[in-house]
Design a protein around this ligand. Sequence first.
Ligand SMILES: *[C@@H]1O[C@H](CO)[C@@H](O)[C@H](O)[C@H]1NC(C)=O
Length: 179
Amino acid sequence: MGKFVKIPFIGFMLFCVLAMVIEAENMKYKDPKQKLSVRIKDLLKRMTLEEKIGQMTQIERKVASAEVMSKYFIGSLLSGGGSVPKPNATAEDWVNMVNDFQKGSLSTRLGIPMIYGIDAVHGHNNVYKATIFPHNIGLGVTRQVSINRSLKCRCLVLFPGISLMICHAVLLVVDAIDA
Ligand SMILES: *[C@@H]1O[C@H](CO)[C@@H](O)[C@H](O)[C@H]1NC(C)=O
């Protein structure tokens, strides 16, 4: 009896594995093991004109919602100066807001994640109680390359949901002085 049960079960498992392999083969753009050029080609082949237009569009946070992100396939969002989720928004408010927009993007047919952009030149100073960095030139004239680098990293680490950062360009000034 045991044998009869096992064979169809193994057959079923093999079928599942095969189905997964075929699925992965079909969805090359989602497979990180594929070459980037292969993934891009595969994705572009699948996209409709509407999806391409949406992906090339960046809108302001004020007019965005999870629904807008999925309905128009928006590729990117930006918080312009002072564009905040609410007055005195905490880091948690920001993360929740970005995650909500991202859910809208990931719910689309192709599930392309959006890119969120923020101006963090003086730190992400639209977060309540965030540290505000001095002016870029002020940071540059300290000639403390390592401090400037760590400020830049801190911006990136603190806001994992935010992938596009208008950040310190001050290192260019330091490089020019050093050169
Ligand atoms: C924001 O924070 C400041 C400083 O703590 C406070 O004076 C102000 O009333 C707060 N605004 C709102 C809308 O909570």
